[in-house]
Design a protein around this ligand. Structure first.
Ligand SMILES: *Cc1c(COP(=O)(O)O)cnc(C)c1O
Length: 353
């Protein structure tokens, strides 16, 4: 017998990428984490904070929020730090969507969007990508619905220009447009400056990918004071201590060491471009990417076979079941050395299969 509310009996939850527990040396290219550790001072500040874990964290994240605002060129009232950007996305769905305010997003995008809609019983308007996997931004202009778009998009790595984003925001003045910038630091252009001009634009970012803090859970929303205030109402009706003290401290240190992370992004972009051109030479299908992953396929090898072959060779990539994605895998970009091993394995796979 199940006690689950009938509201949730048909819910299919998100399946996170595997986090292998074995000590065997594997190359983990499945969850878009950074291959580089946080800057050294992060562990020191986390250890210091741990001495005061008897106390609640600052519910307003005052110091972190100020530093974030400075880094983003906005005011502290325009930023809301949260427990990973998944949380701000969830809050935004809750805050701004209902039966009369559905949410629109592409058919191939972040797997959480349809789940967040379902769990909140929000009607989802799913708009197919073009055949080349790009977003036709005109599909979203004057839609009169709330909209969420990952830019760059996942798992494709393709992106819209800032002008196209602005057109979407401008032509939906009575709706909230959420731009999910989880991957913006790998070659995208941020829409944060547009938040000063448009009250209906919410930009979300995360420390999980480019800032080596996936395990600490830190993300943020950036937008007009009105949007941030509404999101704060939801947050304070859920968990005012959503960002723990150690994560707040780690976030500040991370922001103060921007050069280290910029350098890491540069290395990841170089490794991505190397991987992209080598895959093309080997006859793979691969989309040009502005993120820290590649969307890769091979004639006559489906995504699941690709995934299994790599796994047998101690490389984990992400297989994406679904009508339009099952011929592909998503390959996160690791260090150049890891990508060289991946390319060797990809070369062998074409001979063996
Ligand atoms: C990884 C990811 C996020 C969420 O990351 P958090 O770890 O929750 O900050 C959000 N959107 C997209 C598209 C992502 O790939």
């Amino acid at each position: 017998m199940s006690f689950l509310s009938r509201n949730f009996t048909s819910l299919t939850p998100y399946v996170p990428g595997e986090q292998p527990k074995s000590t065997k040396k594997i190359i983990k290219l499945n969850t878009n984490e950074s291959p580089y550790p946080p800057v050294d001072e992060v562990s020191k500040s986390v250890a210091e904070k741990a001495l005061y874990l008897n106390l609640y964290s600052d519910p307003e994240c005052t110091l972190l929020r100020n530093e974030l605002a400075k880094a983003l060129g906005v005011s502290p009232g325009n930023v809301l730090p949260v427990n990973g950007s998944d949380e701000i996305l969830y809050f935004a769905f809750m805050a701004f969507c209902d039966d009369d305010h559905p949410i629109a997003f592409p058919d191939i995008s972040y797997g959480f969007y349809p789940i967040f809609a379902k769990v909140n019983r929000i009607p989802a308007h799913i708009i197919p990508l073009k055949n080349d996997f790009s977003i036709n931004y005109k599909d979203y202009c004057g839609l009169n619905e709330n909209i969420v778009i990952a830019n760059p998009n996942a798992p494709t790595g393709l992106m819209l220009t800032l002008d196209e984003i602005e057109e979407i925001v401008k032509t939906n003045p009575n709706n909230v447009v959420i731009i999910d910038e989880a991957y913006v630091d790998f070659g995208g252009t941020s829409a944060v400056p547009l938040t000063k001009k448009y009250k209906n634009l919410l930009v979300t970012q995360t420390f999980s990918k480019s800032r080596s803090m996936a395990g600490a859970r830190l993300g943020m929303g950036i937008g007009s004071e009105e949007l941030i205030c509404d999101l704060n109402t939801i947050r304070n009706s859920f968990n005012p201590y959503n960002v723990n003290a150690m994560t707040q401290a780690a976030g500040i240190i991370t922001l103060n060491n921007g050069d280290y992370y910029t350098e890491n992004c540069k290395k990841i972009i170089e490794a991505r471009e190397y991987t992209y051109s080598e895959l093309l030479k080997l006859g793979y299908k691969v989309l040009p990417s502005f993120a820290n992953f590649l969307f890769v396929g091979k004639e006559n090898i489906n995504g699941e076979t690709f995934y299994r072959y790599m796994k047998e060779h101690d490389i984990i990539v992400r297989y994406l079941p679904g009508p339009r994605t099952s011929d592909y895998v998503r390959v996160s970009i690791g260090t150049l050395e890891e990508m060289q091993t991946f390319i060797q394995c990809a070369a062998e796979m074409t001979k063996e299969i």
